[in-house]
Design a protein around this ligand. Structure first.
Ligand code: CMC
Length: 428
């Protein structure tokens, strides 16, 4: 491992310190580079930039390792408990019984929406995309809870986190009901986190939807596997917005917007649409692979590839296993699962994907699992957002508590026109 890096600029040597992480990963500290040499670094899309030090999540993309606060992701799959994982991510240690009981009580106490917020659903077009509704409603929470715009003491922060994690579920369910013109179903304080969401989505007045333990566990698992993923696009967005000292609601609403795109969380919708197209005969699995390899890069094999993982995404592995378990218990099959397996097999044998280390990512199998629960495709990315919310909150808090944190403000290399005289409109 290198101990130092020497940069030679115009014959002058400059020593750049190295920052070393817990697992031995190293980064060159360039914070003094511009002051001392006038140079900045050029790294479009930040593919090679460590923007912060973090204690939340560790990923080894080459080995396919993912850990929350040091604990391998696989350890959370035996008795999946999303609320416990959320607490771990946000507060940095496994909760004791009392911590968990208190947080659960806060989630229950906050599961209803302010009536003002609830009435806003009536003015949203029925066909509105649920991710647009989610982002708007999280942002609107700032209007209804002004006491939580500044979170300088820990109790206020915990209450704000509980409000977000609890209400996101209610907002998601209400937006689904609205899209179908169905009456909204209020949360049931006797139900646990995931069962309560499924109840609000699927129950009808006077008839409670029955959630089997297998389905409840599978949803728990989905949320856990999506709960954090270090400096991904949406987490980096939440940090960027939070770095200006914007409030937690605004920062998380921005995270939802970033997540919506098809290269990020929106990929779970694209995967399902791709599988559907193959199922309906619009294209074959081989056509799909060929299109993904085309030079024009107009089509991607959604659910494949990752900026960090150059190996099988551990989340995809666990979701694939969960698909097998859930389909065995619900006693039915899904042709889309067979198509997904076939696509994976074809891609993993193809030199295009092999040479580029493109493997299934978290979005490849998650939609099939959500479909098995009856969750419609337009709610998939919303489910990703519900799972990711604790991660955004943890990232926001880590930055907020870091005395050295500064406003995020990248530099650029200007390549536009040189200094040019203004020409009055009559002379152009
Ligand atoms: N299909 C076809 N080609 C691909 C794919 C794909 N899914 N992913 C990467 N490539 C190609 C890419 O075009 C490039 O080719 P070349 O070397 O010929 O220019 C090469 O593989 C390397 O790509 P990369 O630099 O590793 O890609 P990136 O880091 O810029 O982008 C990604 C990462 C996830 C946006 C990309 O892999 C992708 O678009 N995947 C499909 C969308 C998707 O599934 N997104 C979900 C990501 S995981 C969950 C999440 O973050 O939300």
């Amino acid at each position: 491992m290198p101990e130092k890096v020497i940069l030679v600029v115009d014959g002058q040597e400059m020593e750049l310190p190295i920052v070393t992480g817990t697992e031995g990963e190293q980064a060159v500290d360039i914070t003094q580079l511009r002051n001392r040499t006038g140079l900045t670094t050029y790294d479009p899309s930040f593919g090679n930039t460590s923007a912060c030090k973090s204690t939340i999540t560790f990923i080894d993309g080459e080995k396919g390792i993912l850990r929350y606060r040091g604990i391998p992701i696989e350890e959370f799959t035996e008795a999946p408990n999303f609320v416990e994982v959320a607490w771990l991510l946000i507060f940095g240690r496994l909760p004791k019984r009392d911590d968990l009981a208190q947080f659960r009580d806060q989630l229950t106490a906050n599961e209803l929406l302010h009536e003002g917020l609830r009435h806003q659903f009536q003015h949203i077009p029925v066909e509105a995309p649920p991710m647009a509704i989610l982002s708007a409603m999280l942002s609107n929470m700032a209007c209804f809870y002004p006491g939580f715009l500044s979170l300088d003491d820990s109790d206020t922060f915990t209450e704000a986190a509980a409000r977000l994690i609890s209400k996101v579920r209610t907002i998601a369910a209400f937006s689904y009901r609205r899209s179908l013109g169905l009456p909204i179903i209020y949360p049931d304080p006797n139900l646990r986190y995931c069962a309560n969401l499924l109840h609000m989505i699927f129950s009808i007045p006077y008839q409670q939807h029955v959630v089997t333990p297998e389905i409840e566990d599978a949803l728990n698992l989905i949320f856990i596997l999506h709960a954090d993923h270090e400096q991904n696009c949406s987490a980096a967005t939440v940090r960027t917005v939070g770095s200006s000292h914007a409030n937690l609601f605004a920062s998380c609403a921005a995270g939802v917007s970033a997540l919506w795109g098809p290269l990020h969380g929106g990929a779970n919708v694209e995967v399902l649409q791709m599988l559907e197209r193959i199922h309906q005969g619009g294209m074959s699995a081989a056509d799909c692979i060929a299109a993904a390899k085309a030079r024009d890069k107009k089509f991607r094999l959604y659910g494949f590839g990752h900026r960090v993982y150059k190996n099988y995404d551990p989340r995809a592995k666990l979701l694939k296993q969960a698909c097998d378990r859930v389909f065995a218990t619900v006693d039915r099959s899904d042709p889309l699962l067979d198509i997904a397996r076939k696509l994976e097999e074809l891609a993993l044998k193809d030199s295009y994907f092999v040479d580029r280390n493109l493997y299934p990512n978290v979005d490849f199998y998650s939609g099939i699992l959500l479909r098995a629960m009856g969750i419609p495709t337009n709610m998939f990315t919303v489910c990703f957002a519900i799972g990711r919310l604790p991660g955004w909150i943890a990232q926001w808090k880590e930055q907020h508590d870091d005395a050295d944190s500064r406003i995020t403000r990248p530099r650029q290399v200007y390549v536009g026109p040189p200094c040019t005289a203004y020409v009055p409109i009559a002379d152009r």
